[in-house]
Ligand binder design. Sequence first.
Ligand code: SF4
Length: 474
Amino acid sequence: MSTDVPRRYAIRTFGCQMNEHDSARIAGLLEAEGMVAAAADEADVVVLNTCCIRENADNKLYGNLGHLKRRKAENPDLRIVVAGCLAQKDRERIQQRAPHVDVVLGTHNVGRAVELLRRAETDGPVMEILEAAAADDHADFPTALARRELPFSAWVTIQIGCDNSCAFCIVPSVRGPEVSRPFDELVAEVGRLAAGGVSEVTLLGQNVNSYGRDLTLARRRGGEAARVRPLFADLLRAVGAVEGVRRVRYTSPHPKDLRPDTIAAMADTPSVCEHLHLPLQAGSDRVLAAMHRGYTAERYLERLAAARAAIPDLAVTTDLIVGFPGETDADFERTLEVVAEAGYDSAYTFIFSPRPGTEAAARSGDFVPPEVCAERFERLKVVVERSALARHRDRIGRVEEVLVEGPSKKGAGVVTGRTRQNKLVHFAPGDAAVPAGSYAGVRIVDAAPHFLRGELVEVTDRPRHRTRIPVTAA
Ligand code: SF4
């Protein structure tokens, strides 16, 4: 990049983990160009990584762009980038409503952020939106380049897009069809991350269980060359076997695609954590069918029971939507029953809000009144918190392995970390040194619905990560 290119950047991220991860990739690229992170008001390059899944996405984006317009009037060298799902969806509309935006890029070309910024320097405002991801979308940009919040823990995107058509979800239209990253490339990438000191990896995709449907691998079988389709279970085993990787997590699987071989791979790969995030969304079969989820409550509970039978001490979390269009009192009661039966460790609960462009948003005549949704939401929260608290209380007295993340918000001298079941634990280490990235044995002494409290028993492993993130792709 030329010498007059701005040197400080700020990224504002709206939305889900996939967006957080894309922001980390953009940050890694900008830092590879010599830029440093700064507060938004001091930055020379401001990236807004948008999401159209959350409510009021447009208002938030255009509110931010209004503020940046005033800043750009004072400093014409300010560069503004809009990325993410809303950029993919709204395209020219962003340039029309906010001509002061320098770069608009979609969800399939995050890796081109720096190049497009360069182009904007010479050619003026630029927009580049691709309709679908190429299989090698990530090939030029290993995750090792991504700037990570926790240097000992990394997200690895294994797949982008989604082939499902859930009635409430905008993802398939903004992220496109599923594309899996090549198997060997992923394993090699995890190897590089582990060599750099990463000990925990989270495999990321919209529907990780269908990973590999679009791939074939060249392998030898009985001395013969063969082409085989890799399964998500194969990937779990391969990543779990990488030296230095102590914890493997993944999100999110789709209940209809949770296969026995995935459960078996979780059960027999020691580094794969005992945590399953299995989005239920609703407990009524009528609502599940209207959502096009592809399973019944009974089928869901059967798969959950199979996972619990195979994986001792499995923590299970979920996503739930209250007030999907047409949801009756009886439908909602069924959700309460299924949630109670599932006995979750925690749940992300949402009140339905229509996303323009989705099938559910078109059913405005069936929308559930807000006061009914609010009341149902509170009742659901009570059922979820009851099971979470019961499951957390069961852990009192145990010594859990905690990966330390850093200082806790619970007070001075308290640190926080996560167990293999992904439970937040706060504990006071006293005089012991437990830097972020350490593994510690912590005895659980108290429980709340959303966290545990503990006492340090011993530090079992020190962090291995480097403090600087490598910027050279292997
Ligand atoms: S599985 Fe359904 S909810 Fe998940 S990303 Fe695909 S369409 Fe959206």
